[in-house]
Write a protein that binds this ligand. Structure first.
Ligand code: HPA
Length: 273
């Protein structure tokens, strides 16, 4: 066992000791979407600071709590808040939560985020299923010594976002009457927002939405064989799409405005897993 796998095992053991022992699905809640974790009945709440080696989530809009409970008869672990690359965490820390979920035997994860809309057809507040991503972090969470306990050295990523879960989410959205977009998510470093020239370049490359998270978590989850679903809340038109400056407060305001619909969609998906 490496020191990294020791840390993962210690965190998983600590969670088991608190009664969090596996789940049917884990959900990572992006900026402003933490409300989902507050609605989970019949479970426990563990602040990140009480889980050994777990990186703190310090961004406004991220509570930093792991909550477990039942949703539609399914056991759910909700992570309210995530570590970001732009905070200075190495990608092994950014994806530590995924590793612990894997160690707990969680078979699938729903990654949510707030993202800027590059596709000019996207309305602010729209929800987008992530069909695939472009990793523009300039790094990869799997860099480092290869540990077979964690997964393959060269894991396949051809279907990083599960086709089955995307179809299920599309169906649930249709039944609920929630409009849903599909698209490609480009992950960037941040923390500065992009320039209009960068957004034009990403559009040429095929990106529909831009954000500062999710891709590393998806890569790691997939390496471990978890099914991954990604959903972006289009919280703002990306830089230069409209003639207005970007700020985190507006991002938060939009995600807060649509969170009722977002939670309804998540509950619908979880209930049909
Ligand atoms: N760019 C990058 N990350 C984001 C954005 C954006 O426009 N909106 C929300 N997260």
């Amino acid at each position: 066992m490496s020191a990294y796998t020791d840390r993962i095992a210690e965190a998983a053991d600590a969670l088991r000791a608190r009664g969090v022992d596996g789940a049917d699905v884990a959900i990572v809640l992006g900026s402003g979407l933490g409300a989902f974790a507050e609605t989970l009945p019949g479970g426990v709440r563990v602040p990140y600071g009480e889980i050994p080696h777990w990186p703190a989530a310090k961004v406004i809009g991220h509570a930093g709590v792991l909550a477990s409970g039942l949703v539609g008869g399914r056991r759910v672990i909700a992570l309210s808040g995530r570590a970001h690359f732009y905070e200075g965490h190495p990608l092994t820390d950014v994806t530590f939560a995924m590793r612990v979920l894997g160690a707990l035997g969680v078979p699938r994860v729903i990654l949510t985020n707030a993202a800027g809309g590059i596709n000019t057809r996207f309305a602010t507040g729209a929800l987008m299923l992530i069909d695939d991503h472009l990793n523009f972090l300039g790094s990869n969470p799997l860099i480092g010594p290869s540990d077979p306990a964690l997964g393959a050295r060269f894991p396949d990523m051809t279907e990083i976002y599960s086709r089955r879960l995307r179809a299920l989410a599309t169906e649930v959205a249709a039944v609920q009457g929630i409009p849903i977009e599909h698209g490609i998510y480009v992950a960037v470093h941040g923390p500065s927002y992009e320039t209009p020239a960068e957004i034009r370049a990403f559009r040429v490359l095929g990106a529909d939405a831009v954000g500062m998270s999710t891709a590393p978590e998806a890569i790691v989850a997939r390496q471990m064989g978890l099914e991954v679903l990604g959903i972006s809340c289009i919280s703002n038109p990306a830089a230069g799409v409209v003639d207005a400056p970007l700020n985190h407060e507006d991002v938060m305001a939009v995600t807060t405005r649509v969170r009722g619909q977002f939670i309804q969609l998540l509950e619908g998906i979880v209930g049909r897993l």
